[in-house]
Design a protein around this ligand. Structure first.
Ligand SMILES: *Cc1c(COP(=O)(O)O)cnc(C)c1O
Length: 821
């Protein structure tokens, strides 16, 4: 066979012939990987299989692009410093409807699809929820037919890989590009110059009038585009994820090279490389590093230059930009784009300030993701001025404009005005990126109903009063393709058998499953699917960690970033208290339970890392104690990421969503679990509130202080010591941890952590402990009555289709972007 790939017959997308596919895979292996079947490694087969499917995607991609172009459709540009994608192969195969055919084709070649699928590295270009949301949104935009581009950074090293050594987190670099990335297309021709530092010159006309400013950067480099196609469900649309990589303008400095300084000659190359080298591994906490600001500007300017070039080549005029482009800022990381668009419009395209400002506000929209004060981005004015001198001027100009509006409105006192300012004046002067994003956008959205209300009352109270029609809510969502169809094929098949196929295309149809909660035989089938998912997880834990787990135990799972506000500590302390109870009351009828933890801590976050160690220390003691008789096990699963989540979520009976009320903006882990039939134990925080409304009070375990009560306790002088002393169970658990029962090798290891609970307990662990422990005993009671448990679990599945990111994206499309969906 010497057929060139281009001469192969084009196959029917939805019903490809496995034989023809097998031939194509062999062709790809030979001509694109350069290998013969006899010597091909499993990675080679993976690459060949992906290339074959990618070709089909490219066809749809070009059609999608052409359609949008010819229709003059408004495009959405989603700017995000993080895209936590995970693996793409299953997503693409399944969305294109070629999964079964590819499986069969590979089998005829002696290759197991599941085996090669497991070799694909996770694209972990994000920390947690925010990055995963961006990935779900990309898939949903392609699914509901919104022409969109995602823009971000192609980090060579994404999120670190976590290993646990002697119970401690160890961070290792993740090298996901080692075997190349078969999904992406490098677009050298699509590169843009990025500058830093230097000076600003003013150009004046002959009569001395200021005409414009010209920024003369000191450092310059290139941003080069790498494109990954994103396939919607049923191949509906294919959108582009465009990630920028840094490249030097002069890769080798000839002067230095000729002078024999071969290392120095690479200086520019190294600088450019640094920009897209690492993802900052801090989730919801300040980074504040100069390189981070450089990264933010780097991807913002490249994306805007790209958007402007595309717009001008089609429409020839930037006044129509807001009608043809919606630029979305995922958190404040790309907020610098507001000033960059202003600069490009004024300094390069010679529009006046008012026109540019009007265009910007009508083009940008911003999503706020956190109310945590330490996570609200701000930059020291001297640093900002040094790196981006022209942008600093523009910020002052914008500030003058909004402060004028505020004063003119006559409703603010001096202190309120200072809170509206883009510059924080008390202490070190800093640029407030949240205020900048707010001022420069026509829409500011929160990510759950509660979060949006709190946003109006706290961080943006004054700006909201000034611009009352900007804040709106868009409760987060998750894509059911990845988080149900692909990760839980057993449940998906069961649902199809019960209610038919419609829910595959219209997730609202899941509600038809509700009545099956009453059906005893369906409940049994549901339980056996859950059981199989638990066995799969147990096998993985056995293989990776050598820990034996009983799949008939209740699987109680808390997986998410390790952060004090998420309160893994509350869960661990409850495990210690339960351990104590099991030992003191062996006569009681305890229900076997396995508590799973998983999550990464920011490398510089001391307490979070200590909490990981505590989980591991507690696990070691409990799991070895014969007095526990296997009734309680604790497992810390290392290196939590998207692929691990896809195995753990379908195996959960109980979902732990126990953040201090008022602190979790939304959560999306909570949605994944509920959709897969886990019951939630949680506080009235973030989207838990809406999950409760959807599933009904009887089908969720809510406990603890509300956001209002937390605020009230705080302002009335909360004294954790009295809460602790009022709870014998809690006091004993804290005393055991503090005295070194779980750390005999270092008895003082947890003393400070425990003292912190007595002294300030910022996250109200003590205040919520008894309510949490009571809720856990209610969980046991319902679990004991197993038909009732599964009825509730089925209702969770049936009632959480609303949390599909398709719904979220349609709301963004209709209410923010003004594009059809
Ligand atoms: C969904 C997801 C998250 C977000 O989890 P939360 O519980 O909402 O914090 C974080 N990391 C990964 C890998 C995820 O899949």
């Amino acid at each position: 066979m010497t057929l060139k790939t281009t001469e192969l017959p084009r196959l029917n997308l939805t019903n490809p012939d496995p034989k023809a596919l097998a031939a194509e895979i062999l062709q790809a292996l030979k001509y694109r990987v350069g290998k013969d079947a006899t010597v091909a490694t499993r990675e080679d087969w993976l690459t060949a299989a992906i290339k074959v499917v990618r070709d089909r995607i490219v066809d749809r991609w070009h059609e999608s692009t052409k359609e949008a172009y010819e229709a003059g459709a408004k495009r959405v540009y989603y700017l995000s410093l993080e895209f936590l994608i995970g693996r793409l192969m299953r997503d693409a195969f399944s969305n294109l409807g070629v999964m079964d055919a590819m499986r069969e084709a590979l089998a005829t070649l002696g290759v197991d699809l599941d085996v090669i699928a497991a070799l694909e590295p996770d694209a972990a270009l994000g920390n947690g929820g925010l990055g995963r949301l961006a990935a779900c949104f990309m898939e949903s935009m392609a699914t509901v037919g919104v022409p969109a581009h995602g823009y971000g950074i192609r980090y060579a090293n994404g999120m670190f890989r976590q290993e646990i050594h002697d119970g401690w987190q160890v961070e290792l670099p993740e090298t996901w590009l080692d075997h190349g990335n078969p999904w992406e297309f490098e677009r050298r021709e699509r590169s843009f110059e990025v500058g830093f530092g230097g000076t600003v010159e003013s150009v004046t006309s002959k009569d001395g009038r200021l005409e414009r400013h010209v920024w003369k950067p000191h450092d310059r480099l290139l941003a080069v585009a790498y494109d990954t196609p994103v396939v919607g469900w049923r191949g509906n649309r294919v959108n582009t994820l465009r990630l920028w990589s840094g490249m030097p303008i002069d890769p080798i400095l000839l002067d230095a090279f000729n002078a024999g300084d071969h290392i120095g000659a690479l200086r520019e190359s190294n600088k450019a490389d640094a920009l897209s080298r690492v993802l900052y591994p801090a989730d919801s906490s300040e980074a504040g590093q100069e390189l981070r600001l450089r990264q933010e500007y780097f991807f913002s300017t490249a994306s805007l230059q790209d958007i402007i070039q595309r717009h001008l080549s089609q429409y020839g005029d930037l006044l129509t930009l807001p009608d043809k482009a919606a630029i979305h800022l995922n958190d404040t990381h790309p907020a610098i784009a507001v000033t960059e668009l202003m600069r490009l419009l004024m300094d390069v395209h010679l529009l006046d300030f008012d026109t540019a400002w009007d265009i910007s506000k009508r083009t940008f929209a911003y999503t706020n993701h956190t109310l945590l004060p330490e996570a609200l981005e701000s930059w020291a004015v001297p640093l900002f001025e040094r790196l981006l001198p022209r942008h600093m001027q523009i910020i002052y100009a914008i500030n003058a404009e909004i402060l004028l509006e505020a004063r003119a409105s006559d409703q603010f006192n001096g202190e309120e005005i200072s809170r509206i300012s883009l510059i924080q004046e008390n202490g070190e002067r800093r640029v407030r990126m949240g205020n900048l994003a707010f001022a420069g956008s026509h829409s500011i959205n929160g990510v759950s109903a509660l979060h949006t209300e709190l946003m109006k009352e706290t961080v943006f109270a004054d700006l909201h009063r000034l611009y009352p029609d900007r804040i709106n809510n868009k409760t987060n969502g998750i894509t059911p393709r990845r988080w149900l169809f692909q990760s839980n094929p057993g449940l998906t098949t069961l649902i199809r058998e019960a209610i038919g196929e419609r829910f595959l295309d219209d997730i609202d149809a899941l509600t038809e499953l509700d009545r099956f909660a009453e059906d005893a035989s369906f409940r049994e089938q549901f339980a056996s699917v859950k059981r199989a998912n638990k066995e799969r997880l147990a096998a993985l834990i056995m293989e990776r960690q050598g820990i034996r787990i009983d799949p008939s135990a209740l699987f109680d799972i808390q997986i998410k970033r390790i952060h004090e506000y998420k309160r893994q500590l509350l869960n661990i302390i409850e495990a210690v208290a339960l351990y104590d109870q099991i030992r003191s009351h062996p006569e009681r009828d305890w229900m076997p339970r396995v508590k799973f933890f998983g999550g990464k801590a920011a490398p510089s976050y001391h307490n979070a890392k200590l909490i990981i160690k505590l989980a591991n220390d507690v696990a070691r003691v409990i799991n070895r104690d014969p007095a526990v008789r296997g009734l309680l096990k604790v497992v810390f699963v290392p290196n939590y990421n998207v692929s691990t989540a896809e195995i753990m979520v379908p195996a959960a009976d109980l979902s732990e969503q126990i953040s201090t009320a008022g602190m979790e903006a939304s959560g999306t882990g909570n949605m994944k679990f509920a959709l897969n039939g886990a019951l939630t134990i949680g506080t009235l925080d973030g989207a838990n509130v809406e999950i409760k409304e959807c599933v009904g009070d009887e089908n969720i375990f809510i406990f603890g202080l509300t956001a209002d009560e937390v605020a009230e306790r705080r302002s009335n002088g909360y004294t954790p010591r009295s809460a602790i002393e009022g709870s014998p169970e809690l006091s004993q658990a804290l005393a055991a941890i503090s005295s070194g029962v779980f750390s005999p090798d270092d008895r003082n290891r947890y003393r400070d952590l425990m003292d912190g609970l007595y002294q300030h307990d910022w996250f109200m662990v003590a205040a919520d402990f008894d309510a949490y422990a009571d809720a856990q005993r209610q969980v046991d009671a319902v679990w004991r009555d197993s038909p009732d448990w599964y009825a509730r679990a089925i209702r969770n599945v049936a009632r959480t289709g609303w949390f599909s990111s398709d719904r979220t994206i349609r709301q963004y499309a209709n209410e923010i972007w003004n594009v059809p969906a």
